[in-house]
Design a protein around this ligand. Structure first.
Ligand SMILES: [Zn+2]
Ligand SMILES: [Zn+2]
Length: 303
């Protein structure tokens, strides 16, 4: 099952040096989850070959413009392109007010349903579940209410050893029960031990998205043992004072978080416009956590 994230924007605050404000597209079993939607996100989707119409879920971390200014444009385009299926948006409550106001004054009546779910930044909670994934909020510490999101795959059914089943001419109607792990007795008395005909499915993985935040141990339990941690790394550590004032994290701190929570892999992004080249940011994080990569636009990372 596919579980991968494509970076559509990795800049903080403003678009600069060909870096766009924050947006990511998570593909979980060919369902698409847009995480934040900075200005220019729909252009980025086109540039990297994704169809906006395939996005059914949008998660907005907080209401600083670099995380949602692209949303009204994207929603309008979906409307103009004749979308009829609903879109589900998880975001701070005030975002709906903002959208309603924008649609009101442009006299736009969106012809598809927007199912809005208000997030709150008080306690971490599960906000979504389908057959593929569970989504929980991560309570971050920023200047305004801000939640990250943890996406955890659901455990899949067991995998059939099809060659063996076909070779022994086991009727296909028994396959679903075998997938569920059941031992079977056939009408002729033959016993099929499940373990002989199936393999365990892959262990479920999890992706944690931590957008703007201070280094704050209160959110660490929400991201413990994740497979891929995306964490903002707005500044180099020499700018720690500035990071604290603006409620952001340094590259060194992001790497410390990854180490403390036992993440398997760290992706860093949300780079300040003061950095034209990103290598120093990567180098700094690597001193603490060696499985670190830069979140580069257009690149797809396996969770
Ligand atoms: Zn930001
Ligand atoms: Zn912010």
């Amino acid at each position: 099952m596919k579980f991968e994230v494509t970076i559509l924007g990795s800049s903080s605050a403003t678009p600069v040096y060909n870096r766009n404000p924050t947006a990511q597209l998570l593909n979980c079993n060919e369902k698409f989850y847009l995480i934040d939607c900075g200005e220019g996100t729909q252009q980025q989707l086109i540039k990297y070959g994704f169809k906006a119409s395939k996005i059914d879920f949008v998660f907005i971390s907080h209401l600083h413009g670099d995380h949602y200014f692209g949303l009204i444009g994207l929603l309008s385009t979906l409307h103009l392109n004749g979308r009829v299926k609903p879109i589900k948006i998880f975001a701070p409550a005030a975002l709906m007010e903002i959208l309603v106001l924008q649609f009101k004054h442009s006299e736009t009546i969106i012809r598809y349903p927007i199912e809005f779910v208000a997030t709150t930044a008080d306690n971490p909670s599960q906000i979504f579940e389908n057959n593929d994934v569970i989504v929980e909020t991560i309570i971050l510490n920023h200047r305004i209410p801000c939640t990250g999101f943890r996406f955890t795959q659901k455990k899949r059914l067991r995998r059939l050893i099809v060659d063996k089943l076909e070779h022994e001419r086991i009727p296909i109607e028994y396959y679903p029960m075998l997938k569920r792990g059941v031992d079977l007795t056939l009408p002729n008395g033959q016993v099929l031990k499940n373990i002989d005909y199936t393999l365990d499915s892959d262990e479920p993985k999890s992706y944690c998205y931590c957008s703007d935040t201070l280094f704050d141990e209160r959110y660490f339990s929400s991201i413990q043992d994740c497979d891929t941690l995306y964490h903002e790394a707005t500044f180099l550590h020499e700018m720690l004072d500035r990071a604290c004032q603006t409620h952001h994290t340094t590259a060194l701190q992001a790497a410390e978080v990854a180490k403390i929570v036992n993440a398997k892999k760290l992706l860093i992004g949300h780079f300040s416009s003061r950095y034209k080249t990103l290598q120093p940011i990567l180098d700094e994080a690597l001193t603490v956590f060696e499985r670190t990569e830069l979140a580069i636009e257009g690149v797809t990372y396996q969770v």
